[in-house]
Design a protein around this ligand. Sequence first.
Ligand code: ACO
Length: 325
Amino acid sequence: MSMLRSVVLGCGSYLPERVLCNAELARTVDTSDEWIVQRTGIRQRHIAAPCEVTSALAIAAARAALADAKIDPQSIDLIVLATSTPDYTFPATAVTVQATLGITRGAAFDLQAVCSGFVYAMATVDGMLRTGAFKRALVIGAETFSRILNWNDRTTCVLFGDGAGALVVEAQTQPGARTDRGILTTHLRSDGRHRSKLYVDGGPSSTQTVGQVRMEGRAVFKHAVAMITDVVEDAFKVAGITANDIDWFVPHQANKRIIDDSAEKLGIAAEKVVTTVDQHGNTSAASIPLALDVAIKDGRIKRGDLILMEAMGGGFTWGSALVRW
Ligand code: ACO
């Protein structure tokens, strides 16, 4: 039976020009390239210029996605922007994107699920498009994590970077089969009992400051692989597929060891894993669309491919999305 699916029309991304490599970081904080690469796989990250705010990164990524989709921004009636580093407490960074693109109709809002933000945004947009109330959406992940890091804390500052990625997604009637294009299934979870393991120690209501990232790295690591595996197995079950059916695994890019361990536990072949954490660091909600864009531009991801995305982050939040490109 035919049904509405959320089909990807285009992808784009943006990385700030400034690259901060491990050796440069090691000149200001007690760390080394060797330690960072061995524990995380990260070699460098991009850092936004002082004048570049999250909306600027998001707008650049959105423009690239619109150009890739070859569509007029005026046809967009929904913008969902996942971020933990908004330009302002309010209004939403998404409305700055909307106004700058000259869009005056539809809805635009921000979504906060930390590193799981992009998967949460995909699930949200999918639900809204499939009601028929919206037709074409921009799904954006954009972050300037460099603004909420303590650059003297070696346990956190080496991990994160800035960037943005975006998808244009459209509601299309598809046959209602496993071979349909579009978002096939999404699975979201959270467990707030873990909220103090990874958090920012400020906010408008608590301290009236922005705050900085704090993390129990080992505890996050310990939970990550189990949570990721759990939510991906749900996707496999609902879609009636196995790891062998996946063409590309595009995980949240937090740490190469988490990515490799998850792929191994799920039985996903190493050559199907898209890894960008070495070049981008952890860009939180932006990491999945940034990785997607790399694998599209270098010719790996093609129309019709089955893409598995997953993320896990602060809250804890975690989730998966299975998409036929
Ligand atoms: N350089 C050098 N030494 C360091 C650094 C650093 N940057 N950071 C910590 N150390 C030291 C510690 O002080 C400690 O020293 P000690 O033994 O003298 O006390 C030692 O290294 C070991 O520290 P651990 O925290 O136990 O190191 P671990 O092997 O767990 O690696 C890491 C730390 C990389 C943070 C790891 O726990 C991890 O990747 N956790 C997941 C966190 C993550 O990915 N968070 C991202 C957000 S959540 C998400 O996106 C999924």
